[in-house]
Design a protein around this ligand. Sequence first.
Ligand code: GLA
Length: 702
Amino acid sequence: MAIHARENSWILETQHTAYAFGVHTTGLLSHRYWGAKLPYLDDYPGDLIKDKLVAGSTVYEEFPFNGLGNLVPQEYPTGAGTEYVEPCLKATFADGVRDVWLKFERAEVADLELKIHLRDATYPLRVTLHYRVWEAFDLIERWVVIENEGDTPVTLERIWSAQWHLPIGGHYRLNHLNGRWANEFQLRREPLVEGVKVLESRRITTSHHHNPWFGVDRGTADEEHGDVWFGVLAWSGNWKIAAEVTDFSSTRVSIGLNDWDFRWSLEPGQSFTTPSSIAGYTDQGFGAASLHLHDYIRETVVPHGGALHKVLFNSWETTFFDVDESSQVQFAKIAAEMGIELFVMDDGWFHGRNDDYAGLGDWWPDEKKFPHGLSPLIERVHQLGMDFGLWIEPEMVNPDSVLYCQHPDWVIHFPTRPRTEGRHQLILNMAKPEVQDYIINKIDRLLAENNITFVKWDMNRNVSEPGWPDATGEPRELWVRYVRGVYRVWETLRQRHPHVTWQSCSGGGGRADLGILRFADQIWVSDNTIPTARLAIQAGFSHVFPASTMEAWVTDMGEEFLPLEFRFHVSMCGVLGIGADLRQWGEKEIAEAKKWIALYKEIRPIIQQGDVYRLGSPFTDDFTGVQYMSKDQMSGVLFAFLLHRVDPVAPLILYPRGLIPARLYTIEGYPGARSGAAWMKTGVIVHLSNFSSAVRRIWGEK
Ligand code: GLA
């Protein structure tokens, strides 16, 4: 049984972890435990902070400056009474009362889901905390539903998905992913001290700048060892993480929709559901934390989790906007010869699109470039034995477009302000149903009329002047309604065209999160395709997302200082693609590319569906090592990359992981089989000079 309930206490158990909370003597819902699963139910602690005592010694309540709400680690604080920690909920009632006092009403357990029903002490406002246990993945999912059972509106000013508590009294370090366009997913580690550390997006998308993921450890965890508490928010719009250490040594990480410029008018009889936060604990370091998320994403989140993704060609870094039938056929022939399986035409194919000044919004083939539509090209691509994919950017419009001339009022704007353009484009207000319907119709038609099996959905700017002049209700609902609109469009198109694989791109990794992954199987991780930079970007990305979601192209970037082999090896660590100008590649390059593509096809089940081990980190080590192992631990592959080492003589040793100690394994390039234990303890020496790389396969003996 995963959920144990007794006397208003609940213990949620996964395979290796447990999470416990209960109703405190004061009536507050108090967190009690989150960590390793314990042998007996009685092992789980009760309230550490009793009625008046903290840890059985000092009487804090007698001080006038700290109410119990401040001391008890609450599951879902609301700032009621003398409580000053970060609340999860902030609302104003119609009569001007600006706080919420939640009382426990009842609990419901149904299979793997627990609902805790809370109600305001005075007003007809119901809050239900939802917990779902993902036993096999050692994860717990939390979300909240709030219902207005009264007859006047309630204004929501903050409604977060969860507050996750760390054991009281510890000293912790926050690990997070920071970046910017072309430099996403940089791992940062910093101690948490008293106060609040905020990570957020105010950009209407998830953003390149921070990702809604946290990892908290005691400052000493590494890839294999140590306690790590980690979590994500499944949301593709404005979000916030507030990591707080109170003055009473209580550390908690709150996560949810960003409350910045947020308002939601909860009308009588209506409810509001937050996005989910999914979190877990492991005592086996950051490596295990990633593996739990990877399995969960592959098995429960992405639409085609079990599928192996094809090697693709993408036209962007070769022809840019200059696509037409003959140029693309030229590439397609070379691509097919190399063993590429999916041909994707990027930007530039639609009406009026010759540069980034015009065309967005007019989603039909450009009459000059494709006088007979896309079908002739698609047929040719199919004849060559490849699938066909297409780039779109549906949320956007260029002022120079038919759509904008017809509907200038469809964009996000304030009527009295200039409309700030980003990449010469404006953002369609996806909160408006008519905008959603327009996009659904246009893209549906495109997919119905053409045999397209892959779509790259892009989003190339962030918001400005976030106005919604003709909103019938609260215009600040834009932030949430926009994302829900995007989800509705995507969901409708997915239902109508279930065979299509979608990729989420926002100028690279600006929209990478578990919300969008319910629709998209892949993410375009970064516009930066320079392999040296890519090593760090991919390593950071791997903390959250599996390699099966990581589209990675070999381009001509970095060719002046990196061998083709190195560029291939980097991209083979994800879903391999080619985005280079193949017309410039000579016979030698084409032959080499064929070799790597063939190898990739052999090892991709291990890479896309296996476990990843980060053996050397581009953030801290002078080499990068990545290993993938099949789930049955029978086969694997090692990648090693050396950029620059001052000492050219020191050997580069990789210590593989995930091998069965007593099983015999052979590693490519080394004579004789040795036990998994031997390889893991003594390592594999890889001879590399600066700016070189290696790939080594691992075979286990039956
Ligand atoms: C964004 C994407 C690129 C490419 C261009 C096209 O920058 O990240 O891969 O699709 O748009 O304009």
